[in-house]
Design a protein around this ligand. Structure first.
Ligand code: ZN
Length: 210
């Protein structure tokens, strides 16, 4: 939703409701963990009110532990924190699950897949950042393909049920290859919202990955 038109948020949400998208992906940025501020509670409240599909919330913030209850109240179904922002990641993941949300862990482009080894059996989703987080509309980093392959192997090795989500620069050029390498969830922002017909763009993307 980061790439949507916030001046017409209600209709943008309705477009997604009526499209083939499965989830709403919501990027919360604090201007500290990433060099940009996106939005917080007021926008989340609008999403909660109108969205008819699960809210997949991606916290790009420092000290996410302070806000886990808040994002549960705001209707998050999946809550993802950054491994780079969590000193006590295991505790954070358990807390998210205790609040009846699915727990996700995101890794920045420089963070190796091996850093997930001790948490992979505990998480419901791993979000692989395929751009440096902070802004919409950036170009896809090609080394992501290898990372997805490695992550898939790690998940199989530990018999984890974690979904692999790709976040950043997803488009019709890379969607098929990403799912072939093992990606389960693709986040598309600018590619959808900046296109002439977002509903059709979502349909095209979903055809490419099924
Ligand atoms: Zn995101």
């Amino acid at each position: 939703m980061l790439a949507c038109n916030f001046g017409d948020l209600e209709n943008e949400i309705k477009m997604v409701n009526n499209s083939k998208a499965n989830w709403f992906h919501i990027d919360v940025m604090d201007g500290v963990f990433v060099p940009n501020i996106s939005f917080g509670t007021p926008i989340m409240n609008v999403l909660k009110k109108y969205a008819k599909k699960p809210l997949d919330v991606h916290l790009m913030i420092v000290n996410p532990d302070k806000y886990l209850e808040k994002f549960a109240e705001l209707g998050s179904e999946v809550l993802t924190v950054h491994i780079e922002a969590c000193t006590h990641l295991h505790r954070t993941v358990q807390k998210i699950k205790s609040l009846n949300m699915k727990a996700g862990v995101a890794i920045n482009p420089h963070t190796p897949v091996s850093s997930l080894e001790s948490i992979i059996t505990e998480v419901d989703l791993v979000c692989v950042m395929s751009v440096n987080p902070g802004f919409g509309g950036q170009s896809f980093i090609d080394s992501t393909y290898q990372k997805v392959k490695d992550l898939k192997l790690l998940i199989e090795k530990y018999k984890s049920k974690a979904l692999i989500e790709i976040d950043g620069g997803v488009n019709s050029e890379n969607a098929t290859k990403l799912t072939e390498q093992g990606a389960d969830v693709l986040v598309a922002g600018s590619f959808v919202f900046k296109s002439d017909n977002p509903t059709n763009t979502i349909s095209t993307l979903s055809t490419l990955i099924n």
